[in-house]
Design a protein around this ligand. Structure first.
Ligand SMILES: [Zn+2]
Length: 88
């Protein structure tokens, strides 16, 4: 976890968004294949990646100083809305 903290919330957000988008694309691709839910592995893996991305974002995209969650702010804040720590 220390390594992820060093990455900074911005990079963690990028990683998390990548997981979410790959997940969404796989779910859509899986849905388009029209297989039954039980055998539609692409859809389930996509869903898994989506959940991993969301959880990863929730855990790591935080202010390193006060722990304020920075997910969901649009546009991504330049300073922490709680302690005004400058986000690198
Ligand atoms: Zn803060």
């Amino acid at each position: 976890m220390n390594y992820l903290k060093k990455l900074g919330p911005k990079k963690c957000r990028r990683i998390s968004l990548a997981f979410v988008w790959i997940g969404v694309i796989m779910v859509v691709a899986g849905a388009l294949m029209g297989k039954g839910l039980g055998t539609n592995f692409l859809l389930w893996i996509g869903l898994g990646l989506f959940v991993i991305g969301v959880v990863f974002g929730g855990v790591t995209v935080r202010c390193p100083q006060c722990g304020e969650m920075l997910v969901g702010h649009r546009p991504f804040p330049k300073v922490c809305p709680n302690c005004e720590w400058k986000i690198k």
